[in-house]
Design a protein around this ligand. Structure first.
Ligand code: HPA
Length: 284
């Protein structure tokens, strides 16, 4: 038994002592999006610090609680905040909560994040369904000895972000009268935001969005054969990008702006997720 598996098991066992819930869907909330957890019915809030081996997020805007409960009758486990590589967490730490969600029984993972827009056709405040990713962090969190109880040594990433779940999300967004577009998410290590030259390079590579998270959690989820929906909230235009039709302006990027835009779009995200979750559960 690898150490990672035993540790994830002991975290899952500990979480089960709080509630007799087998979550069908795991939800990871990114920067400024943690408030969605308030939509969980009869919530049981467990601080990460109380869960064995769970990494603690040190970033502002990440509250650091696992919330167990129901949304529209569906059992869920919501992670309010995540660990990032740029905080100094190891790749194994970054995917630890995803491993635990898998062991708790989640068949679907919804990952959310705050992202910068590389595509000039996106705007701050817009939600995007991630269609695919480019892992530009220089590392892969599934690195190291393989644990067959999680999955196979080599695993497919050709449909990492479920087309089916994306389709449902786009349909539900339309029902809520907003447009959910699709885009390719490129992950960097951070913590510095990018230079304009880097963003131009990433655009050439085919990226629409840039951020500092998500890809490793998705790699771990696919390793465990968990179906993934990824949603990015555009909090800012990436460095040097002017929105289509806007005057060029000197702009800088800061974390406060990321948090503030996240808070403003939370309502939209919340109505989308609360409508989507029962539909996903019904089809599983
Ligand atoms: N770059 C990287 N990560 C981000 C950004 C960005 O512009 N905005 C929010 N997260």
């Amino acid at each position: 038994m690898t150490d990672h598996y035993a540790k994830a098991q002991s975290a899952a066992d500990h979480i089960r002592t709080y509630a007799d819930i087998t979550p069908a869907i795991g939800i990871i909330l990114g920067s400024g999006l943690g408030h969605f957890a308030s939509h969980v019915e009869s919530p049981i809030r467990i601080p990460y610090a109380d869960i064995p081996h769970f990494p603690k997020s040190t970033v502002e805007g990440h509250s650091g609680h696992l919330v167990l409960g129901h949304i529209a009758g569906v059992p869920v486990a919501v992670l309010q905040g995540r660990a990032h590589l740029y905080e100094g967490h190891s790749p194994a730490d970054v995917i630890f909560p995803t491993r635990v969600l898998g062991l708790l029984g989640c068949k679907t993972l919804i990952v959310t994040n705050a992202a910068g827009a590389i595509s000039p056709h996106l705007n701050p405040g817009v939600l995007v369904a991630i269609s695919d990713h480019i892992n530009f962090t220089g590392i892969n969190a599934a690195l190291g000895p393989n644990e067959p109880r999680f999955g196979q040594r080599f695993f497919d990433m050709s449909a990492a972000y479920s087309r089916r779940l994306r389709g449902l999300a786009i349909e539900e967004a339309a029902r809520h009268e907003f447009l959910l577009t699709e885009g390719v998410y490129l992950a960097v290590l951070g913590p510095s935001f990018e230079t304009p030259a880097e963003i131009r390079a990433f655009r050439t590579l085919g990226a629409d969005l840039v951020g500092m998270s998500t890809v490793h959690e998705v790699i771990a989820a696919r390793h465990m054969n968990i179906e993934v929906l990824g949603l990015s909230l555009v909090t800012n235009m990436a460095a040097g990008v002017t929105p289509a039709g806007a005057e060029e302006s000197e702009q800088t990027i800061n974390h406060e702006e990321v948090i503030e835009t996240g808070k403003q779009t939370e309502k939209q995200l919340a109505s989308l997720l609360t409508a989507l979750i029962p539909r996903i559960a019904k089809q599983n």
